[in-house]
Design a protein around this ligand. Structure first.
Ligand code: AMP
Length: 314
């Protein structure tokens, strides 16, 4: 008889085994499942090439690990549409502009592998930095992003999008997927990846999946685990402020809406870095309303020393 993760969790928690140890154990128990775990680029590339030659389709979900239900929604979308789903767990140093953020980024491969196993993900890829960036290999990507990378996140996280494009491009070369799955949570990121795919003529289609939220509206993020209890409860204000903008569309002046959202976030004790109402394709900041569906309100705000991002399309 096979027990589900939840059943095993419940049994072990009743017996006072820590959650961490439980996942480590589940991961070990799961080694008899069919998920293939690769750490070497040559090996995963050879495997996926031969599967593709045999007619299988591949969906790819790049992540930095510390998986949550947002990531899992991408895995599920990919599994619905492809024969093989590949999930990479790789904290990419080249996209961090802040050394402390990189060092403190949550890492928990045992839990991640247990979650992927439970989702019946076919392939997990956990490369080292040297596997992704072998010495001597030119991995930087140079494309004209038509200013997309200079706005919003680009202004506050210099080099972030260069590193992000570098890793996504490299991982696409390694995993040769038919479809690439990314979240709307990182709105600017998916626009940039889409532009990169178009400009480089890559043969992969980008599928963008909706934002998965906690019950109070906070967008799920690996960084949420680092919020203090106090800031965790206050952080729901981010989504409330953005949703209020969407609700007031066409009823209130655009810049008044924006100011009100900034004030709401500040009153909750968070520090917004930016909050803009932009056009969904160019990300140019808007001064007046456009037609329904053409706006996205985006923000980055500090909750203590944790930087959170979110957006609402309306
Ligand atoms: P990360 O591990 O943060 O690099 O995220 C990996 C992928 O998961 C990216 O495409 C994200 O946009 C996506 N993602 C992260 N959080 C969420 C969420 N709350 N809902 C949907 N997708 C998400």
């Amino acid at each position: 008889m096979l027990l589900t993760t939840d059943e095993i969790m419940l049994f072990l928690m009743r017996n006072k085994v820590s959650k961490q140890n439980i996942y480590a154990l589940i991961c070990k128990l799961n080694t008899f499942t069919d998920m293939k775990i690769f750490t070497r680029t040559a090996a995963i590339h050879a495997y996926l090439s031969s599967e593709k030659n045999a007619g299988k389709t591949v969906g790819f979900v790049p992540t930095m690990g510390a998986l949550h239900q947002g990531h899992i929604s991408l895995i599920r979308a990919s599994r619905k549409e492809n024969d093989i789903t590949v999930c990479s767990l790789f904290v990419n140093p080249s996209q961090f502009n802040d050394a402390e953020d990189l060092q403190k980024y949550p890492r928990n491969h045992d839990v991640d592998l247990a979650m992927l196993t439970e989702e019946n993900c076919e392939v997990a890829f956990l490369p080292t930095v040297l596997e992704v960036y072998p010495p001597g290999l030119e991995t930087a990507v140079n494309v004209d992003l038509e200013g997309l990378d200079r706005r919003l996140e680009g202004k506050f996280r210099p080099g972030h999008f260069d590193g992000m494009m570098e890793v996504v491009h490299r991982l696409l070369q390694i995993t040769i997927p038919d479809k690439l799955y990314m979240g709307q949570k990182d709105f600017q990121q998916q626009l940039i990846v889409d532009k990169m795919i178009e400009k480089l003529g890559l043969s992969v289609s980008l599928e963008v999946c909706p934002i998965i939220r906690e019950a109070d509206g906070l967008a799920m993020s690996s960084r949420n685990t680092r919020l203090t209890q106090e800031f965790r409860s206050r952080a729901a204000v981010i989504n409330q402020a953005l949703t209020a903008i969407a609700e007031n569309f066409d009823k209130m002046d655009l810049s008044a809406c924006r100011q009100e959202a900034l004030t709401t976030i500040r009153h909750a004790g968070l520090r917004p870095e930016y909050l803009e109402i932009c056009e969904t394709e160019s990300l140019e900041a808007l001064e007046t309303w456009k037609s329904k569906g053409q706006h996205v309100a985006l923000t980055a705000a500090w909750a203590g020393d944790i930087r959170l991002i979110d957006n609402v399309v309306f």
